[in-house]
Ligand binder design. Sequence first.
Ligand code: ZN
Length: 205
Amino acid sequence: MMTGSAILILTVILIMLFTPLSGTAFQFLFYLLSYPFALAASLFSKTVREDLKLIRFDPFNRDEEKVLKARKLSFFKGAAVLRMRGRSGAFGVILLDRFENASALRHERGHLRQLMLMGVATFLITVALPSALILGPYDKRGRFGYYDAPWEALADMLGGTLHAQTAEFIKNARTYYLLGHLIIPAFFWWRRKPRRKLRPDRRKR
Ligand SMILES: [Zn+2]
């Protein structure tokens, strides 16, 4: 049997996980820890040292081009950026594919802000999961672009980049966030497709 205090603790943890409290705490922990880790790594790796020299060892660097030049590790607006091969992503740190551009970097930074706004559990369920699985009609070959998905369009908005989404998709992104970060079943809202017809040039993507 659970005691009253156990139930209380569990309730608090659940509230944390599904509110901006956990997202913000989690992300700040990564903001705080990434830099000392990077400095330690620079002692052992010449490549990391050269990467950090590009940004003059400034974790708050805002120059995207310098981040794109880094071979292993860089910083962008407080966040650690790990260069790798494969799909880019963001959770505490930014994983950025070697061939990505500045727009993708801003987009991934947007995911970190999204995480802070949503909370860890909400982010994992309503953003990380559908994004990793490319759920819904949103993918590179489908009728809608990958970045038209509400969870991706919101990352674009928060990161300061726009992959040419129409007003309808932006509205979808706002609604998705408002519902999703409060009510878990609203996660299934992604199934709703925009009503407006797309311009012919967008259909080819
Ligand atoms: Zn994304």
